[in-house]
Write a protein that binds this ligand. Sequence first.
Ligand SMILES: [Zn+2]
Length: 389
Amino acid sequence: MAENNNNDGDEPFPWHLGVFDAHCHPTDTMSTLSSIPSMKAKILTIMATRAQDQHLVVQAASKLGIQSSDAAASLESLSKEERVVPCFGWHPWFSHQMYDSAAYADKETLNDEDKIAHYQSVLDPRSEDRDFCLALPDPRPLSQFLEQTRRHLEQHPLALVGEVGLDKSFKIPEAWMPEHQEQRDDSLTPGGREGRRLSPYRVSIEHQKVVLLAQLRLAGKMQRAVSVHGVQASGVLFETLRETWKGHEKVGKRKQKKMQENEKHVGTDENGGAKSPKPYPPRICLHSYSGSAQQLSQYYQQSIPVDVFVSFSTAINFSGSRPPDAVEEAIKAVPDGNVLVESDLHIAGEHMDRHLEDIVRVVCRVKGWSLDDGVRQLGQNWKRFVFGA
Ligand SMILES: [Zn+2]
């Protein structure tokens, strides 16, 4: 762990300047939500991931959401109870639990044969174990989830889309054995792994892409930022994200002028058509970024019309799975205005504050920022990620 193993460990930490958690999951342990108003961190960006936590994120937002309609301008005047930005999305670890509605004639539920066929088509390798497939949760239509998410986003004007993404390394857990289910910890929100054995099956990357792309398009339509999970999938993740902005790449000044002249000839509206809705999300955060520094450069090509943020956590990035040097190289490679910090933790409270302090200290040390300057910069970055300009 990186806890307090840096040079700045003794310098008092400037919580008063505002520290923002760009990605966390406190709804996994609902009893800890009540500790949020007394946390030192200012605002938590809380992700939804699966069937069991969408309404819990709504609940967190109704108790602790930001009420001010002009929060971006006046974060300083928020009350102690305005501490949460909700995010709605479906995580790749649960992507098999959704079926492409079009492939099943828009059926609202699947019978056993369709359920087996669905799981056989999305699991990799294909499973011939019908009992295994039947023991998995009843899958739900993707279209229905998208509709629910659209409503959540409408009801929460500050909400983002997340957590979504692609993951080539995870395997789905086996179904609960009845005797184990009785012993499970009721304080945890159901649906997580909770120590269950892993099956040999992954979810095909093709299916993960269908679920991700649909959510990215919704984020584009609603012009909301997105928090993205990517593990061992940096090439295919970039390609999938790029699909959303294909044809909308930024062009150089000279080419732009020429295009505008052409547009005048065909006749556009008063604004030169500039206000037409864009099909891609305006801002993306690569959360707990685990790729290399080199792979980041593709996101900062001038032609890319999306503002790409990269977020780091001690829980994932300094947990020993990758050499700290590689993570530090990645931190250095992110433009100063695009770095975010996060806890990625499942429990709110002091523990989360400690993790946030640790990662802020690491980022400041690597970037050569004083703690005051770093916390201010990271706060500005978070505001731009969540609220836009
Ligand atoms: Zn997460």
